[in-house]
Design a protein around this ligand. Sequence first.
Ligand code: FES
Length: 78
Amino acid sequence: MSAPTPEADGIVTITPTENGPYEVVGQVRIISPDGTVLRETGKAYLCRCGHSANKPFCDSSHRREGWSEASDSEDSAE
Ligand code: FES
């Protein structure tokens, strides 16, 4: 028996991808600080590198910037 999918059990799952964004799976509503609904979706990729020009969403800038989890840890250790 396999684990229930987020769509089936209603649980939203947030998973950091390898050297990339957070993958959000499950029905979510993403809202800006002023309350504007940015997106209602069953899947989204949220920036965790800080370089996206379209925050909170990933725009693949992490690749151009060469961001990695290891480099981020090195930055925060300074
Ligand atoms: S994680 Fe992709 S632009 Fe930041």
